[in-house]
Design a protein around this ligand. Structure first.
Ligand SMILES: NC(=O)c1ccc[n+]([C@@H]2O[C@H](COP(=O)([O-])OP(=O)(O)OC[C@H]3O[C@@H](n4cnc5c(N)ncnc54)[C@H](O)[C@@H]3O)[C@@H](O)[C@H]2O)c1
Ligand SMILES: [Zn+2]
Ligand SMILES: [Zn+2]
Length: 352
């Protein structure tokens, strides 16, 4: 089959690799019908994620059709259309039992690490995929949900909702600020409506993304490069600061921005993946009663979010801006990696 193979920093190729095979009784093989590219894939290609070995097939988001099942699989069958979650879940370990799939102790990839596809085992940017612990790691796609919507449930919608909205304890009537309006920040904005955020301030450097943010539910936007960006946010909150500030970029500057705009007693939810340490001015924060949260997505809210997408309560189609076929994988990467110019949010890459 063909797959997008990582060959070390800056190097990738769409090339022939062996077809995946069932290795464990709980595995299934999925024919990938639709996949997409995540900011994390670009991080890997920059060489930021040392745990990805050259030779690895990338990708952790996908929707496909089961073509083969292991002997132990009873709740899935050949022909089922499924969403592949970016996080594995063995369903049996202590972390999986408490819903902390991000730290699943099953030994596929590495025990204790939930993100395995396109990281520690071969991923979804391929014609076929082996899925371990399949019964607890894939979700059947209901009738009527197109692939281009379902694929947003592999990663970005659960990430924005779990690590942004829920960890940030967004409540009805809150004013929240979301720093970063990439697909993940936009997923935070979209799902913050579920918990009744009244005012949603999108903060980004990119004017196109700030404008897009309004379609996803932002009520205000602020240019992160404006000298008075903080004053603009404070003016929207009677000078008090926002109830919840959510970081969706992954750099020290944007984490710091969240600390500067949160009100006393408020929450800072960090969603971004950081490569450097950040300053934590505890000497100022402790007396402000600030809560700070962070984490790797569990994807334990995927079934709930999928219900909302199926019933058209979450317009997941808004994320899809560009369409490609699998054999145009290199072009899809090029478009996604130049998002500021191409105005790409999520590229949807389909079998045909
Ligand atoms: N915690 C998790 O489980 C998890 C899961 C998936 C992704 N992520 C992380 O979430 C983050 C966002 O992902 P994405 O795919 O939306 O990324 P992205 O790169 O598409 O979007 C980032 C946005 O931040 C904006 N930005 C950059 N610098 C800024 C600044 N100084 N001030 C304001 N805005 C700025 C960019 O213009 C862009 O719109 C990444 O760090 C990604 O790795 C975390
Ligand atoms: Zn991702
Ligand atoms: Zn587990």
């Amino acid at each position: 089959m063909k797959a997008l193979v990582y060959h070390g920093p800056g190097q990738k190729a769409w090339e022939d690799v062996p077809d995946p095979k069932i290795q464990q009784p709980s595995d299934v093989i999925v024919q990938i019908d639709t996949t997409t590219i995540c900011g994390s894939d670009l991080h890997i290609l920059k060489g930021d994620v040392a745990s990805v070995a050259p030779g690895r097939v990338l990708g952790h988001e996908g929707v496909g059709t089961i073509t083969e099942i292991g002997d132990g699989v009873t709740t899935l069958k050949v022909g089922d259309r499924v969403i592949v979650s970016c996080i594995k879940s063995c369903g049996k370990c202590s972390f999986c039992k408490e819903g902390l799939f991000s730290h699943c102790l099953g030994d596929e990839g590495a025990s204790g690490m939930g993100w395995v596809f396109g990281h520690l085992i071969d991923g979804t940017q391929a014609e076929y995929l082996r899925v371990p612990y399949a019964e607890t790691s894939v979700y059947k796609v209901p009738e009527g949900v197109p692939d281009a919507e379902a694929v947003m449930l592999s990663d970005i919608l659960p990430t924005g909702f779990e690590i942004g909205v829920r960890a940030g304890q967004v409540k009805p009537g809150d004013t929240i600020a979301v720093v970063g309006a990439g697909p993940v920040g936009l997923a935070v904005i979209m799902t913050s409506a579920l918990y009744g955020a009244a005012r949603v301030i999108s903060i980004d450097l990119d004017a196109n993304r700030r404008e897009q943010a309004h379609k996803f539910g932002a009520t205000h936007d602020v240019d992160a490069a404006a000298p008075d960006w903080r004053e603009q946010v404070m003016a929207l909150t009677d000078g008090l600061g926002v109830d919840v500030a959510i970081e969706a970029v992954g750099i020290p500057q944007t984490f710091d921005a969240c600390l500067k705009i949160v009100r006393p007693g408020g929450n800072v939810a960090n969603v971004g993946v950081h490569g450097k340490s950040v300053d934590l001015p505890l000497q100022d924060l402790w007396i402000q009663n600030i809560n700070i949260s962070m984490g790797l997505v569990n994807t334990n809210t995927t079934p709930m979010l999928l219900n909302l997408v199926a019933s058209k309560k979450l317009p997941a189609e808004l994320f899809a801006t560009h369409y490609f076929t699998l054999d145009q994988m290199m072009e899809a990467y090029d478009t996604f990696s130049r998002a500021a110019e191409t105005q790409a949010l999520k590229v949807v890459i389909t079998r045909d």
